[in-house]
Design a protein around this ligand. Sequence first.
Ligand SMILES: [Zn+2]
Length: 400
Amino acid sequence: MPFEPTVAVCIDGCAYEYLEAAAQAGVAPFIARTLREGSAFEANCVMPSFTNPNNLSIVCGAPPSVHGICGNYFWDPDAQHGAGAAVMMNDPAYLRADTLLAAFANAGTQVAVVTAKDKLRQLLGWRLHGICFSAEKADQADLRKNGIGDVMDFVGLPMPDVYSAALSEFVLAAGVRLAQERRAELMYLSTTDYVQHKCAPGSAGANAFYAMMDSYLAALDALGWVIGMTADHGMNAKHDPVTGNPNIVYLQDVFDAWIGPGRARVILPITDPYVAHHGALGSFATVYLGNDVDAGAVLARLRALDGIDLALDNATAAACWKLPPDRIGDLVIVSRRDVVLGTRAGDHDLSGLTVPLRSHGGLSEQRVPLLINRRIEGVEPGCRLRNFDLFDLLLNRVAP
Ligand SMILES: [Zn+2]
């Protein structure tokens, strides 16, 4: 094997503050040591600061303009026989690049991928000859499809609920078991942000989660693994600090009022089948306009709207954030740090929001940690990396 056993961990929704708070509280000794003595960088995630675009950027080592995945959900003009439809972006048919995980497996490396939610499994495991399963469907894993059978017995934890911290714990426990049994030399572990959507950095819930994570990461460290950690995006409070009510700009309602119904279509790329913890509310939206709508005039009005951070046309957004122009709308809108974007007020089920809303998607969630339990060469101190530099650092720049 040309490198030490290496694992990249994508801690979903891990703003830097979570790690610092858990380290300071003394509940995460491995993370604290890595912050202090390992290599700890700040990195930017790709825009939109959502799960799928960033996980795919990390495993491809490239931005969405290259791999094509720019949301969890998008408007596909070719769907439904050319009529167009808003669809999930979970299907590997939408991938425009191969992953470096698949390339390593093809070159003879034992590769394993474990994800929390099944929505990512197909994309991350695209053309991968190795182990790839999700905690969500761990009880259905089989040797032919997932490269491993009897996952429940192998991991030794009960089947986790999809909305739980246990879903992420299952991922990490599986990683440790795969390392112990020497079933992998290169791993990618991807957790879920259920806890981060509910709990602020330093809160009891967050610290308990990072304490749990820390114990498994320490076990991997003790097994001699090179460990890299980053996040797909950060997380911020999106509610009024006094009332606890979410701060929402319902964009479809705004457009209907400004230019009339049916002349703009708002797409929220955060939308996925698991919306209970965020109500499909994030800080990024894309909008398709009817042919006769004056985009410049609409952009000017949007920029003056309270709660909006940025409103860009397609070409500018694609160039700035390296997005595939054919998969975003005519406009791209990013809301302020404490504000989320919705479609119509009546279209969002907020009954699952049992605590004040925390979410992501905007520029305000772009800063993420990038930590490695080894010394890294060739990166200037203070250099702002990208989260998708992680594999390059792990595989090419770890000091001997
Ligand atoms: Zn995420």
